[in-house]
Design a protein around this ligand. Structure first.
Ligand SMILES: *Cc1c(COP(=O)(O)O)cnc(C)c1O
Length: 356
């Protein structure tokens, strides 16, 4: 795809927010990327325009049937003045896996990476540089046909918006407590668990809100059939270090294949740690804890990179992991991945892409 990206710059740039109170996804940059799809014509009219609201027909398919997908990635300012993206190709490849499941037309991976680089360049002065901050990039696609018949849309919009985000752990890494969900389920084989589609999140909110009332920040999902095997956490994949070995649930169709998950596996293996992808039951984790062999539990995802887990509550049995402190392995993975992302460490894996 060799389309020209038209750029229309804002005439009213916004004031930049304070870098010490960015939070997550509260502020948006001056521009956004938009591209349309029309059946028979393909993706067309890629453009960068001032950030602003959309006008939609009330019958827009997405609002009724949820044919919509998204991605999440980050861009970083390095100390030596470079701008880096972390594995952007992987996000665009994953969009196509999601699109296939959701009957949304495929995108051109290389073109979309270029589009994101172009947008980041246009809003480069929005990338924060305080320790731990980054520019969060949110690509998304939604169905735009304005008809109420249930069928895949014939038209779509691909958009990218960006938000400067704060350090996830301004006070240093704090382990989180997690509620093991044994009533609701997130996904089943044959469903949409492996796809980054909006409906998965809509369906997860009830459990999340109930867990929050009990004082837990996230839920750990079990498999949708037996409620026995561990799947993932809210918007993170999950890892267990048991007796020196790192174990993470294998991807069997109901789990989102995280890019941080893949990077963590590659990194640990390169350091000589034994990493196994297999089914792991919640009982096995509790048994390992009882035997004194559960060394660490941590989540992986773009937002926090690594989230150590300090407590698990499964049907009111509570266990505390590693005295509620970050473990050695979690810390090392966190330091290495964030070091590579922010350009502090040499990228020996070839994960970062420079925006020039
Ligand atoms: C995005 C996401 C993840 C993490 O994926 P990363 O590519 O590591 O950010 C994990 N689980 C779910 C449900 C997700 O949507």
């Amino acid at each position: 795809m060799s389309l020209e990206i038209k750029i229309k710059r804002t005439t009213a740039p916004k004031a930049k927010p304070d870098q010490n109170s960015l939070g997550f996804g509260k502020y948006f940059t001056d521009h956004m990327f938009v591209m349309d799809y029309t059946e028979g014509k393909g993706w067309h009219d890629p453009r960068i325009v001032p950030y602003g609201p959309l006008e939609l027909d009330p019958a827009t398919a997405t609002l009724h049937y949820g044919q919509a997908i998204f991605e999440g990635m980050k861009s970083y300012n390095t100390k030596d003045g470079r701008v880096l993206l972390f594995r952007p190709q992987k996000n665009m490849e994953r969009i196509n896996v999601t699109n296939e499941r959701m009957c949304i037309p495929q995108i051109d991976v290389d073109f979309c990476v270029e589009a994101i680089k172009t947008l980041v360049k246009v809003d480069q002065d929005w990338i924060p540089s305080a320790e731990g901050t980054s520019l969060y990039i949110r690509p998304f696609i939604f169905a735009t046909d304005a008809v109420l018949g249930v069928h895949p849309s014939h038209t779509y919009k691909f958009m990218v918006i960006m938000s400067p985000v704060g350090a996830y752990y301004p006070q240093g890494i704090n382990p989180i407590n997690i509620y093991v969900e044994s009533n609701y389920v997130r996904a089943v084989k044959g469903g949409t668990g492996f796809a980054k589609t909006c409906g998965n999140y809509a369906a997860s909110l009830r459990a999340q809100a109930d867990a929050a009332k009990k004082g837990y920040v996230q839920v750990l999902w079990l498999d949708g059939v037996e409620k026995k095997y561990i799947e993932e956490v809210g918007s993170m994949n999950v890892f267990f270090k048991i007796d020196g070995e790192v174990i993470t649930p294998s991807l069997e169709g109901s789990i989102l294949p995280g890019i941080t998950r893949a990077s963590t596996i590659e990194l640990l293996k390169s350091q000589g740690t034994k990493v196994t992808e297999r089914r792991i039951s919640i009982q096995e984790v509790f048994d390992a804890h009882a035997a004194g062999k559960l060394d660490e539990v941590f989540g992986t995802g773009t937002a926090a990179v690594i989230s150590p887990v300090g407590e698990l509550n499964w049907n009111d049995q509570k266990i505390t992991i590693n005295d509620g402190k970050i473990g050695e392995c979690s810390k090392k993975v966190y330091d290495t991945i964030t070091g590579i992302q922010s350009g502090k460490l040499d990228d020996t894996f070839g994960w970062t892409v420079e925006v020039k």
